[in-house]
Write a protein that binds this ligand. Structure first.
Ligand code: C2E
Ligand code: MG
Ligand code: MG
Ligand code: MG
Length: 275
């Protein structure tokens, strides 16, 4: 009797797993088709200088406009794209598109592109970045590449060599989601980053949580003394902006300054600002 019940439970899990495998394979197939079908789009979120209040650039954020599911979050499909190796061609598309669009912006504005650790495998990344810049006619110092700690975890020596090659092209390298890694401070020692992006989790509770406020202050101070600019992510209120400005944070980014938007909205955003 107990054995039969056990079998029932097993069969239940079996069909549950089959269903999940099927759903995953379906998503995988659709993801492979998405690039060919032109279903990807880049949204852009502004960075604002705390000193001048001017927009200094935009971060490109990938969006998948799925014909049936609607907008799919990158948090959902990027891990899958990394697993099946599809992040390399998708990432190349992002680089080319972002550079081409940034070339149409005012000359002092930069574009930031997120890179996956998987894109560092092989020897293609530096030539792809160089080619994206050249085709777009974008000055290299207008491109920022955002990496997370995962780039410095595995194959870190090879990846650090690649980071130096990219830097030699003239592009800037930013450390994204700073403070969430296992040894964030040691990453700063492994490569001379141009920018630190303070993770939004520290910014969110800064007003209420004195620990978070202390971390933000420490990171901003660290950046200042190392000559690395600091950008706070996830700024949603005026109070947060004021506090970050008082701490000497270089730039802010978040819903309070502007949500990610299609590139067609950028001219209106820039025209509406008086800076
Ligand atoms: P990220 O690079 O740390 O980007 C910041 C995320 O926070 C974005 O989510 C952005 O929309 C969101 N955000 C911005 N301001 C606020 C705010 O004030 N409040 C809150 N709650 N959230 C805010 P998104 O666009 O869903 O992207 C999620 C992550 O996906 C990114 O984190 C990045 O790691 C990854 N990603 C996005 N585009 C690409 C890409 O082209 N390539 C790669 N490899 N990864 C990408
Ligand atoms: Mg980023
Ligand atoms: Mg981030
Ligand atoms: Mg993030």
């Amino acid at each position: 009797r107990a054995k039969d019940e056990g079998r029932g439970v097993f069969r239940y899990f079996q069909s549950e797993m089959d269903a999940r495998m099927k759903a995953r394979r379906q998503l995988e197939m659709e993801l492979r088709a998405a690039l060919i079908m032109g279903e990807f789009e880049l949204y852009y979120q502004p960075f604002v200088s705390t000193e001048t209040n001017a927009v200094t650039g935009f971060e490109a954020l990938l969006r998948w406009k799925h014909p049936q599911r609607g907008m799919v979050s990158p948090l959902e499909f990027i891990p899958l794209a990394e697993e099946i190796g599809l992040i390399t061609p998708i990432g190349e598309w992002v680089l080319r598109k972002a550079c081409a669009e940034a070339a149409t912006w005012p000359i002092h504005m930069r574009v930031a592109v997120n890179l996956s650790a998987v894109q560092f495998r092989g020897h293609k990344l530096t030539p792809v970045v160089a080619s994206a810049l050249a085709s777009a006619g974008l000055r290299p110092d207008r491109l920022e590449l955002e990496i997370t700690e995962s780039v410095l975890l595995r194959d870190s020596q090879a990846n650090i060599t690649t980071l130096h090659q990219l830097r030699e092209l003239g592009v800037r390298i930013s450390m994204d989601d700073f403070g969430t890694g296992y040894s964030s401070l040691s990453y700063l020692r492994s490569f001379p980053f141009d920018k630190i992006k303070i993770d939004q989790s520290f910014v969110r509770d800064m007003a209420a949580n004195s620990g978070d406020a202390a971390i933000v202050r420490a990171v901003t101070g660290l950046g200042a003394s190392l000559g690395i600019s600091t950008t706070a992510e996830g700024v949603e209120t005026l109070a947060q902006l004021e506090q970050l400005r008082a701490e000497g944070c270089t730039e802010v980014q978040g819903y309070f300054l502007g949500r990610p938007m299609p590139s067609s909205d950028i001219p209106a955003l820039l025209a509406a600002r008086t800076d």
